[in-house]
Design a protein around this ligand. Structure first.
Ligand code: BGC
Length: 904
């Protein structure tokens, strides 16, 4: 028996496992275990795994309770068995949820092979303060003797808690940035709170679990405040105080005692303030000055003598604009050590971190009190190897730390950020070593979801650069650049890059929030400002920029299958197109609608003045058509057939007007630039017969430039897609692999570690482009990333949210292999191809509860096997599709041996 039991188990276990499916990665509103949720009917998602192939969910059951043990009286929703294949974003349908309450939940599922899972691990979400009336706290404002550049603001309060605490949550927001401390410890690990929104209409609050920071007895709480995006200068020096001229704090600490009673500690007139904190200057562009001699030991702890502090003012600011935090917070994500410390020809001490990054430097220093160490930031060195900051324009981009003296001191800025690879350190006491400086990378805490790699090291570096461009510019809003006096939510850049962004990282919460700011800042007539949040306030829009209002929601809907995005954004999407309709009237041509044109297209010296240039009016009409089409498609999803018909009709009319005005019968398009062909083809504006002709003109132009592109922000994202869609993936590869400028790999060859704003930001002789606008961390041209995932490796959306997946790799002999992995809402999708000894192998992984169509790039299926089995035996559903063989299947791992590659 002793020997029989393990043998028996060995036998039984695989059977059990084979029967089993399990549920994992539970999330609520795209987040795992969120606190402070503002959605009254949160949507729940889960992933399924099992060892069999073709797993499809047939039913699920959810239970939700206020008690972790799901005791009967704590259950608020017991869904019962719901026959449904949906496992993503399923709405809570139990009794009404209460403010500031935690809800535990579990799900179990059944599948198409009569398997059922066990209850999943327990996940939870916690509600925020659901109505303005839940806020008993008042806005407080510290005494501020000046409205501008008023650093050093601190507020504090002592309080005592008499009973045993079992839970404490703090709900907090501010005008300006805040850092909240309880008993000397920071609440949460977020930075730049409360984030950046259209503050006057939408101000996020944060919720932190601070149970561990409190104690029975005496406590204290304090906050540092800074200008941030609320009051600081943005875009230009005199553009400050955009949202208000006074900084303030709103804070509500809710404590639950072991006897079930509750108590709130709130901001009110019992708080005190000082203007004498250690931060002596702060500004998004300026950086931060910090005088450690002014630190007040124990200021956010009990027993601190605040008799010199002044009372705060209780401000009447209303609370109707408060919203829970919709996005993922900005955090310190990683640390980087220097690769080199050296003296430049000009004699400056410079540290090279080897990576253009965004965040700041953590300094460790020991020296005499009053010594000020200055850290300046730069992205590049000049031709001679000197520290180069001209491209930062008016941004001071400097951190200054004044020592208090004594023991080793550690300092990191908290109210500003820098875009840099190099720092110049001045006045460092003693010898500066790698131990003294650490790069702290700061960005929105998005889950990484995608990887792409291939046999070409330069392309792998390009992918690295794209991801770092995303890290550096997804700092609560999608910014154009992180270093110069700009760092704004430029809409054109974001629409160009959002599809690629959604491969690399989970950007659902990030864009959910930002898109609502688009709607909030949209003019009453439907115009979409250049930047969101709209701090330029110049009442203009531009084609290709304003279209973010349609392109971003449509993209997010397709990537995440989140219909709510469309429901929420639809009025804004439609208003934007209606704005253009009003402008263009019966002509269906939008004249004067493009301010920026095909921004930063590459203008060569070879021919005429207009080389590479695309008519802005034509661009405007083309984007008008594209946005009208998207609105029609969104209307279809929302079941609004009247709008669907109406906007499809608008699209057709624009198409007719466009062809009449800009296209010849021979397929030439006005301007004859690459972008003109790319946009016309990508937006479906050309009659079928003309498409091959236009494609040929595009290819001819590329070839005439020696396989170089000339596109700007608007044409670039679609360039390679258009070539692929029109049968010229070979030319797309020529462009991708091009190493001389203009190309994606030229900056890589020049040592770039992020995406540059311009194709030729640094010339071959190491001189720079126009200092007025030359960022080395601008993600727009990184939009090639989505072609690498979708076409080269071949992971494509088959139906919204990847419920149906299209795998269609495009191997090319110029590479030996390519592989992409993407974590979808259903689980991991991967697609990899390899050409080895002339033979093509394709490996695919499809997650449970999805279907896939896998298109193998082969002409016929003879001799092709999956895992050694001939295709016709392995699959029921096979058909010829275009130039490939399409297999429809379900979840599982597949290895296809496609035989010898003959024709590529
Ligand atoms: C920004 C861009 C932006 C552009 C609009 C620039 O200053 O950096 O990326 O889209 O202005 O033309």
């Amino acid at each position: 028996m002793r020997y029989l039991l393990p043998a028996l188990l060995l036998f039984i276990t695989p059977c059990l496992v084979a029967q089993n499916i399990s549920v994992y990665d539970l999330s609520c509103e795209h987040k795992s275990n969120p606190l402070g949720l503002g959605t009254v009917q949160p949507r729940l998602s889960w992933k399924i795994k099992g060892i069999q192939k073709n797993i499809l969910q047939t039913a699920y059951s959810i239970r939700v309770a206020t008690d972790k043990n799901f005791a009967a009286k704590s259950i608020v929703w017991q869904s019962g068995t719901i026959n449904s294949a949906e496992s993503v974003l399923q709405p809570y349908a139990g009794s009404p949820l209460q403010s500031a309450t935690r809800y535990y939940w579990q799900v179990k599922v059944w599948d198409n092979s009569n398997n059922s899972s066990a209850w999943s691990d327990i996940a939870y979400w916690e509600m925020g303060l659901l109505s303005p009336a839940d806020w008993t706290a008042n806005w407080i404002e510290p005494v501020q003797s000046s409205e501008r550049h008023m650093p050093g603001l601190l507020v504090r309060k002592d309080f005592s808690l008499q009973k045993k605490i079992i839970a404490a949550r703090v709900f907090v927001t501010s005008h300006g940035f805040y850092e909240l401390y309880i008993n000397g410890k920071k609440a949460g690990d977020e930075v730049f709170t409360p984030g950046w929104t259209s503050y006057n209409k939408r101000l996020q609050y944060q919720a932190y679990d601070v149970t561990a920071l409190l104690q029975q007895g005496n406590n204290a709480m304090g906050a540092m405040l800074a200008d941030g995006w609320y009051r600081g200068s943005l875009a230009w020096e005199n553009n400050w105080g955009i949202y208000g001229k006074k900084l303030g704090l709103l804070c509500q600490l809710q404590i639950t005692y072991s006897d079930g009673t509750k108590e709130n500690i709130i901001t009110d007139n019992s708080w005190k303030s000082t203007q004498d904190g250690p931060v002596t200057l702060d500004g998004i562009y300026d950086g931060e000055d910090y005088d450690a001699r002014k630190e007040m030991k124990g200021w956010s702890e009990n027993n601190f003598n605040d008799s010199q502090w002044q009372p705060v003012t209780v401000a009447g600011t209303d609370k109707n604009n408060l919203i829970s935090t919709q996005t993922v917070p900005v955090k310190k994500i990683q640390e980087i050590k220097p690769v080199k410390i050296f003296i430049t020809p000009k004699g400056e001490q410079v540290v090279d971190f080897g990576q253009n990054m965004v965040g700041w430097v953590k300094l460790k220093v020991k020296g005499a009190a009053g010594t000020t160490v200055t850290i300046r930031h730069a992205e590049v060195l000049d031709k001679l190897g000197n520290f180069y900051t001209d491209n930062l324009r008016a941004a001071r981009a400097t951190a200054k730390y004044t020592l208090k003296g004594g023991e080793e001191e550690t300092y990191e800025p908290r109210f500003s950020f820098f875009g840099f690879r190099y720092i110049a350190v001045k006045n460092f006491p003693g010898t500066l070593t790698a131990e003294n400086v650490t790069g702290v990378v700061v960005h929105s805490d998005m889950k990484p979801t995608g990887t792409f790699e291939c046999s070409n090291a330069l392309i792998n570096q390009l992918q690295h650069n794209i991801q770092w461009g995303q890290k550096g510019n997804f700092v609560d809003v999608p910014t154009d650049c992180p270093q110069r006096d700009e760092r704004l939510g430029w809409t054109g850049d974001a629409q160009a890059f959002c599809r690629t962004a959604a491969f690399n990282m989970d950007v659902a919460p990030f864009f959910t929030k930002w898109m609502q700011d688009i709607a909030a800042d949209q003019d009453a007539d439907g115009k979409v400002p250049f930047v969101i949040p709209d701090v330029l306030r110049n009442k203009s829009t531009s084609a290709g920029w304003g279209d973010v209002a349609t392109i971003a929601p449509w993209t997010m809907y397709n990537v995440y299958g989140d219909k709510q995005v469309l429901i929420t954004q639809y009025p804004s999407m439609k208003a934007y197109v209606d704005y253009i309709r009003n402008k263009s009237g019966d002509s269906y041509l939008w004249k004067g609608g493009s301010v920026f044109g095909d921004w930063l297209f590459y203008k060569s010296m070879r021919q005429t003045e207009n080389d590479g240039y695309t008519s802005p009016d034509m661009i405007a009409t083309m984007f008008y058509a594209y946005s009208a089409k998207i609105v029609a498609q969104a209307a279809a999803v929302l079941g609004n057939t009247a709008d669907e018909k109406f906007y499809n009709d608008v699209f057709e009319k624009i198409k007719t007007a466009f062809n009449k005005n800009y296209v010849t019968a021979a397929g030439r398009i006005a301007s004859e630039s690459q972008t003109s062909y790319v946009l016309a083809l990508h937006f479906g504006l050309l009659p079928e017969a003309i498409q091959p002709l236009a494609t040929q003109f595009l290819v001819d132009d590329i070839k005439s430039r020696g396989n170089h592109l000339s596109t700007g922000f608007l044409g670039t994202p679609y360039l390679c897609h258009v070539l692929t869609a029109n049968g010229r993936t070979d030319v797309a590869y020529d462009l991708l692999l091009q190493e001389t400028y203009p190309s994606w790999l030229y900056p890589v060859k020049m040592g770039a570690t992020t995406i540059w704003e311009r194709w030729d930001g640094q010339k071959t002789d190491s001189t720079f482009q126009d200092v007025g606008m030359n960022s080395f961390n601008h993600y727009a041209y990184g939009a090639i990333g989505d072609w690498m995932y979708r076409v080269c490796a071949g992971i494509e959306i088959g139906s919204p949210g990847y419920k149906h997946i299209l795998i269609q790799p495009h191997p090319n002999k110029k590479l030996h292999f390519a592989k992409a992995v993407f974590e979808s809402s259903y689980g991991t999708i991967s697609s990899a191809w390899e050409i080895k000894d002339g033979k093509l192998m394709i490996r695919v992984s499809i997650p449970a509860n999805t279907n896939a169509t896998i298109v193998l790039p082969v002409k016929d299926m003879a001799g092709i096997t999956e895992n050694g089995v001939p295709l016709a035996t392995a699959f029921k559903n096979i058909k010829q599709e275009g130039a490939g063989i399409a297999i429809t299947t379900g979840s599982g791992e597949y290895v296809f041996d496609c035989g010898m590659v003959t024709d590529k």
